[in-house]
Design a protein around this ligand. Structure first.
Ligand SMILES: NC(=O)c1ccc[n+]([C@@H]2O[C@H](COP(=O)([O-])OP(=O)(O)OC[C@H]3O[C@@H](n4cnc5c(N)ncnc54)[C@H](O)[C@@H]3O)[C@@H](O)[C@H]2O)c1
Length: 337
């Protein structure tokens, strides 16, 4: 199959290599002309994926024209660029060609809607959209380390086609009809990963991090269900699966940025030191705005917003969370006997 991968960062590169391994004809689009020339010449991105070489027959281009001849598009750009890239793509992509989005986050330009909504709108509803998301570090996928992921779509046909195209002996793909839950889990877990990093950077314990992750997921699911997601999706690969990998791995930029903040760096210094997109920063603003809009209680997200956007002190934020009024763990209450 002819596949056009938009984005030559770590995730676009890792997925292009995986698709090439499955025998597909892959073309990769770069955002900048300079990056295109450099990749054509060097066939590697030493800074992002050290030691990973792009196979010679993956073509690298800087023009969107390839979309006119493709059978499938994979959108692998940072969250802030999804809307603009989808609009550019819509000008050349024929109707009915499926678009698989692998970016995680929400569309700040359009009222924090999900990316599948942004893409569908850009394509005037003429192309099926799939979210491919889960616990998947590019550093591991590019080296063929066993990984599982979920292809979620309102279209069963598109989800199953995605499964067939990507799946191999090291990359296992499940399907799901709950694209709402899959996208929200993938976007919001980055907030919790930043916070888990802050907890590590402050030198708190495993108990603290486990509590933060678990209660964080409860909040994400609470908002997700209000926005139309299924509760059980948050217990799957795109929910707790992605949360575990992002909060516990040193590959996670969000966690690394959090560690630096916990160690005393400013948010700006931490983002600069990580040197690549820290999606949790943007997701925190999205979570804060949506919680307000939907009237959902999200104390951890509010605490993260205070630290990241209002110059709040992280230790004080933890004291505030620990000092909240007592409550029950699950949403239901007992019927008093
Ligand atoms: N890296 C991972 O392991 C991983 C895994 C799953 C999902 N994702 C998601 O994939 C998306 C891309 O992440 P990444 O890790 O490949 O990022 P990256 O930081 O490695 O690369 C980003 C790429 O985007 C390009 N870019 C910069 N500005 C752009 C713009 N305005 N328009 C289009 N492209 C632009 C850069 O040239 C670079 O090639 C993110 O949403 C991320 O959450 C990443």
């Amino acid at each position: 199959m002819k596949i056009f991968v938009l984005g030559s960062g770590s995730w676009g590169t890792a997925l292009a290599i995986n698709l090439h391994k499955n025998g597909h004809t892959v073309t990769m689009w770069t955002f900048s002309a300079d990056e295109c020339k450099r990749l054509q010449r060097e066939r590697t991105n030493e800074k992002l994926l050290p030691g990973i070489i792009l196979p010679d027959d993956i073509e690298i281009v800087n023009s969107m024209d390839e979309a006119k001849n493709t059978e499938l598009v994979v959108l692998a750009v940072p969250s802030f660029a999804v809307a603009a890239t989808a609009e550019q793509l819509a000008e050349v992509l024929p109707a009915d060609i499926p678009v698989i989005n692998v970016g995680k986050g929400l569309d700040a330009k359009h009222g924090y809607c999900r990316f599948s909504e942004t893409i569908r709108k850009a394509m005037k509803g003429q192309n099926p959209v799939v979210a491919l998301t889960g616990p998947t570090h590019a550093e591991e996928v590019s080296r063929g380390i066993p990984t599982a992921i979920v292809a979620a779509s309102e279209s069963r046909k598109a989800a199953e086609m995605t499964q067939d195209v990507f799946m191999n002996d090291t990359f296992r793909v499940y399907t799901s009809p709950d694209i709402v839950g899959a996208e929200l889990g993938g976007a919001f877990k980055n907030i919790i990963a930043l916070g888990a990093g802050i907890s590590d950077g402050l030198g708190l314990g495993d108990n603290s991090k486990a509590a933060f992750m678990t209660r964080g997921l409860t909040e994400i699911a609470r908002l997700g269900v209000k926005l139309g997601a299924r509760q059980d999706t948050f217990a799957g690969l795109s929910g707790v699966g992605d949360l575990i990998v992002t909060c516990c791995s040193m590959h996670s930029r969000n966690r690394r940025a959090g560690i630096l903040i916990g160690q005393g760096k400013t948010v700006k210094q931490a983002m600069e030191e990580v040197g690549a997109v820290v999606e949790g920063y943007y997701a925190t603003e999205a979570g804060h705005m949506l919680a307000k809009k939907m009237g959902v209680e999200m104390p951890i997200v509010q605490a993260m917003y205070h630290v990241l956007y209002e110059n709040g002190n992280a230790r004080d934020a933890i004291s505030t969370l620990m000092g909240r009024a007592k409550t029950h763990e699950s949403e239901e209450v007992w019927i008093t006997k």
